[in-house]
Design a protein around this ligand. Structure first.
Ligand code: HEM
Length: 403
């Protein structure tokens, strides 16, 4: 058991906690020129007002880089504002209805067993490579309608979205925040993935099937069809937004339980506690610590006036530990009621895959607990974390297990 996350030097690297000691809920950082929002009420206000706080950050740079915003953000659900966001979101919502999720349940359970069988576990399980990473990738691929035979190919492209897992000295690459380090290989693989998707889109135009890609190709909103670029980007966004985050949910929940053995024993004995445990893990170690918005006009937040056209960083991780909302916020305490964490954001961009992530997490953890009566971290072989200011993600999490 490892009780202190500090032991791994995580805190020093992770800014997800930034703001827990801040005495002001909103601050301006002159060096970066960015505004930081830490308080829960303040973060909720920003996220709930897309008119004043736009998700289209490109607007701030468009003039400088001469980009056509409409063209560049086609299909970028996360970065669209209404009315384009509303239109696209309505379409994608169909892929995440409670019925779709309920139908997925046996498939997720089957895949979890399959992956654990393939890992041929004796007394050691590397959770990330065996289960936490591949499971969400395969689920998204299947949702989209990518053939099972291409699973490994798809997984390789998904892996190209995160930096090399062979070094700790990495910074995350992604569209969530500034591109910090984009390698040539990554770019090549992204291109390959785009071409692969284009082929499938073309195929679904001619031979529609019962999958999300076909649904997107043939969907019409207000008499208009989505362009191929919009569909490809959407598929890409789903893959990007939906896989590493769920990987993190699984790993982080195990880490929280490992550090709280009493809670671990309770949830093992009573699986109905699993949703509460996951919810608290989501609050305590949010996979994505921060999101951003750009002001469209002068705005007031927490008594601070933010001028127009400013970049605003919304620290979800800090808001999740706001003592005005959560008692003893630095304690991991499943069963908080209510537990209004902002890990899945709030407002119109509220995570579309939250239900899917919770479902995958619950099923995978339940099966893990069934198959392995003992699961602990290995003090001599601690987890390794991706070094990023935006996410807390173990990319290796070796566990000692007994069957
Ligand atoms: C624990 C797992 C997950 C976490 C913590 C997470 C977190 C988030 C957050 C914070 C946002 C909103 C960002 C903002 O407001 O700027 C978001 C949006 C989104 N997420 Fe998730 N996510 C998770 C899983 C998933 C899954 C499994 C999928 C799909 C397969 C998914 C797809 C999306 C999409 C498409 C959006 C954009 C929604 C919109 O802009 O309207 N996410 N997610």
């Amino acid at each position: 058991m490892i009780t202190e996350f500090d032991t791994w030097g995580v805190h020093e690297q992770q800014f997800w906690l930034r703001g827990t000691t801040a005495d002001q809920p909103v601050t301006f950082d002159a060096e970066s020129g960015m505004w930081n929002v830490y308080g829960h009420a303040e973060a909720s206000k920003v996220l709930s007002n897309p008119k004043l706080f736009s998700s289209n950050m490109m607007r701030l740079m468009a003039a400088e880089i001469g980009a056509d915003i409409e063209e560049a953000s086609a299909g970028e659900l996360l970065y669209l504002d209404p009315p384009r966001h509303t239109r696209l979101r309505r379409l994608v919502n169909h892929a995440f209805t409670p019925k779709v999720l309920a139908d997925l349940e046996p498939r997720i359970a089957g895949l979890t067993h399959e992956l654990l069988d393939e890992a041929k576990v004796t007394d050691r399980l590397e959770l990330v490579s065996a289960l936490a990473y591949p499971l969400p990738v395969i689920v998204i691929a299947e949702l989209l309608g990518i053939p099972a035979s291409d699973r490994d190919l798809f997984r390789r492209w998904a892996e190209s979205l995160i930096p090399s897992t062979s070094t700790e000295d990495v910074s995350i690459v992604g569209r969530f925040e500034g591109q910090e380090e984009v390698t040539e290989t990554t770019l090549r693989q992204r291109k390959e993935f785009g071409e692969y998707l284009a082929e499938h889109i073309e195929d679904r135009r001619r031979h529609p099937r019962e999958d999300l890609l076909s649904g997107l190709v043939h969907a019409e909103v207000e008499g208009e069809q989505l362009s191929d670029k919009e569909i490809a980007t959407l598929a890409d966004v789903l893959l990007l937004a939906g896989h590493v985050t769920t990987t993190m949910l699984l790993g982080n929940t195990i880490l929280c339980l490992d550090a709280h053995p009493d809670e671990f024993a309770r949830v093992r004995a009573d699986r109905s506690r699993l949703p509460d445990v996951m919810e608290e893990s989501l609050r305590y170690l949010p996979p994505f610590a921060v999101t951003s918005r750009a002001t469209t006009a002068e705005a007031e937040v927490g008594g601070v006036t933010i001028p127009a056209d400013q970049l605003v960083m919304v620290w979800l991780g800090a808001a999740n530990r706001d003592p005005l909302v959560f008692d003893d916020p630095t304690e991991f305490r499943p069963g908080r009621d209510p537990n209004p964490h902002l890990t899945f954001s709030r407002g119109i961009h509220y995570c579309i895959g939250a239900g899917l992530a919770r479902l995958e997490g619950r099923i995978a953890l339940d099966i893990l607990f069934d198959r392995f009566p003992r699961i602990t971290t290995i003090p001599d072989e601690p987890p390794r974390f991706i070094r990023s200011s935006q996410m807390l993600n173990a990319f290796t999490l070796p566990l000692a297990v007994s069957s």
